[in-house]
Design a protein. Structure first.
Length: 225
């Protein structure tokens, strides 16, 4: 692995100007297939921060989320502060040449009671106010986990793909129907229905071979090709 990270060069291009080749002395090349494996090793200690049943850590490349489970928001915020302060949180930074900016932290409190007060979390001089929604790994989370915001986002995205595909069929040369269908199946559907098992309720039961009450209205709005 050491040989793979040594002796590498790169150059940058800006408009019509190109820099000379220069050595890469830190990190890996952008888009390097090896980067995903190295990030797993790099983030390992940070992911291990969670201890016990009240804590959970999620990480994918440079996106990390700390989750705390408790009876009150104050209790959960204290758990989050403990996760940040003990080994694996801020201490992890000194060992991995990284940096956290508390002022950029996002905090979301999950609870069905809309009227319950959501106190802020104060961490190292930064006051972090809870937000009603937050996008994490391309999924929009909301405080009540009803997924309305993400559903609206998916419907808009599906409509956008449908519009693009219609434009392709209106070109002077004309794109064959089979290619439009292929684009629909391989590009539009996977992107629009990303994580659908989380936010979209089934409308069909494959075991009983019958329709069931689910996200019928949403399903009709998605990908209106």
């Amino acid at each position: 692995m050491e040989r793979m990270l040594n002796g590498r060069k790169t150059k940058l291009c800006f408009n019509d100007y190109t820099l000379n080749w220069f050595d890469i002395t830190n990190g890996i090349s952008q888009g390097d297939p090896l980067s995903m494996i190295l990030y797993i090793i790099y983030n390992a200690d940070l992911v291990r921060t969670a201890k016990g049943k009240q804590e959970l850590t999620l990480a994918f490349v440079d996106d990390t989320a700390f989750l705390a489970i408790g009876k009150t928001f104050q209790e959960m915020h204290e758990i989050l502060q403990d996760m940040l302060e003990r080994n694996g949180g801020f201490d992890w930074l000194d060992l991995h040449n990284s940096h956290f900016a508390p002022c950029k932290f996002m905090l979301i409190d999950f609870m069905l009671n809309r009227l319950k007060e959501h106190p802020p979390l104060v961490e190292r001089g930064a006051t972090i106010h809870p937000t009603p929604t937050h996008k994490f790994l391309r999924v929009i989370l909301d405080q009540e986990l009803r997924w309305w915001e993400h559903t609206a986002y998916a419907i808009t995205k599906g409509a956008h793909y449908a519009m693009l595909l219609r434009h392709l069929t209106r070109t002077s040369q004309g794109v064959p129907t089979r290619l439009i269908h292929q684009l629909y199946q391989t590009v539009a559907i996977p992107h629009t229905l990303y994580t659908a098992s989380v936010w979209l309720h089934p409308t069909y039961n494959s075991e009983s071979n019958a329709l069931i009450q689910g996200s019928i209205k949403t399903a009709k709005k998605i990908l209106p090709l």
